[in-house]
Design a protein around this ligand. Structure first.
Ligand code: SF4
Length: 340
């Protein structure tokens, strides 16, 4: 499948009073046409910074700084070298983003219909009437009932789930090639979460949009994504096809994430696994493996050298010294093997 986005050696720092926070440290990945790539990790692992860097939504050049050597190629053109005019042309029409809390991105003083229509008028050159008719169609597409009436309502007249649907309608109005969904369901209750994820999947099939799904929850990923990339302390520690990551995880941090997701065999009385400790201070990142302080398999070398990337199988790769030929053999935790 054709690659539409390639992120190469992305390094993003934030200049703060405490020092330079190296939030993203040499991240590489690609996105293929029409696929869903999930980026998973705890808060502060760099997943949201990565997605905002793609949209160039970070406060540059200060406090945020894109380091020399970083590249974000969209259809072969480096987004990091684009000027404001070029960025305006791709934002919304080629790459769109939806956020966790639609209230912070929807304009409370404008009707939902006008907000969808605005993007259509700017990017697709429609006149007012055409854009409003299309806005109604978009609201219908995202399953908003009575779309012809709802189009004239304000965001506060919508429920939380409907606001998220409206955000999706705005984001997809111009049929972008890439949709970045940053924790799109975190603020919603479980049933609505499932509906929103189904909706994103349906629309993706209909419109052929590629999706980058940012989430801290591997449970959301299982049914939605084609590939997963696990991030920790500003780096990618494991990546691969969803099936591979769920059935054959290799990194102790991925094990910890998977063990904290309820499984079919989890009983009510079972206490879910929780990972102790906190991620490292990214003002002074460790020289070795960033997960060492929390890893029960930590060896001497882990503290001294950054782990090499090992190819497990095809697209499945992992950055962990346990994969080194000299390392002791460590099996995937039993609780994760039960689900095979
Ligand atoms: Fe643990 Fe070492 Fe692997 Fe890091 S490299 S995850 S510390 S075993």
């Amino acid at each position: 499948m054709e690659k539409i986005l390639e992120v190469k050696n992305l390094q993003v720092s934030f200049h703060t009073y405490a020092g330079e926070v190296k939030a993203v440290r040499g991240v590489d990945f690609h996105l293929k046409k029409g696929e869903t790539l999930a980026i998973v990790g705890e808060s502060g692992c760099g997943k949201t910074v990565t997605s905002k860097a793609i949209m160039r939504l970070l406060p540059e050049p200060r406090p945020a700084e894109m380091k020399e050597g970083s590249e974000i190629l969209f259809n072969g053109k480096d987004i990091l070298k684009m000027n404001e005019k070029e960025l305006r042309e791709i934002r919304g029409s080629e790459i769109s983003m939806i956020f966790q809390d639609p209230m912070t991105s929807l304009n409370p003083t404008m009707t939902v219909g006008k907000q969808i229509a605005e993007s259509l008028r700017i990017h697709r050159g429609m006149n007012k009437n055409e854009a409003m008719a299309e806005a109604i169609k978009m609201l219908e597409l995202v399953n908003i009932p009575n779309a012809d009436k709802r189009v004239n309502q304000y965001p506060h007249e919508f429920s939380g789930g409907m606001r998220q649907r409206a955000m999706i309608a705005i984001a997809l109005a111009c049929n972008p090639k890439i949709l970045i969904a940053d924790e799109p369901t975190t603020a919603l209750d479980v049933t609505i979460q499932a509906q929103i994820m189904d909706l994103i999947r349906d629309l993706q099939e209909k419109l052929g949009t590629a999706v980058i799904l940012i989430t801290h929850d591997l449970g959301v990923v299982a049914d939605t994504a084609d590939r997963v990339q696990v991030m920790y302390a500003g780096q990618v520690v494991e990546r691969g096809a969803v099936k591979e990551i769920f059935n054959n995880p290799q990194h102790p941090y991925t094990w910890a994430l998977l063990q904290s997701v309820p499984r079919l065999e989890t009983k009510n009385k079972d206490v879910l696994y929780s990972l102790n400790g906190t991620p490292p201070d990214l003002v002074k990142p460790p020289v070795g493996c960033p997960f060492a302080a929390r890893c029960e398999y930590c060896m001497g070398i882990c503290l001294e050298e950054m782990p090499e990337i090992t190819i497990v199988d095809g697209e499945h790769s992992v950055a962990c010294w346990l994969k080194h030929q000299m390392a002791p053999k460590v099996e995937v935790p039993e609780v994760l093997r039960k689900g095979e």
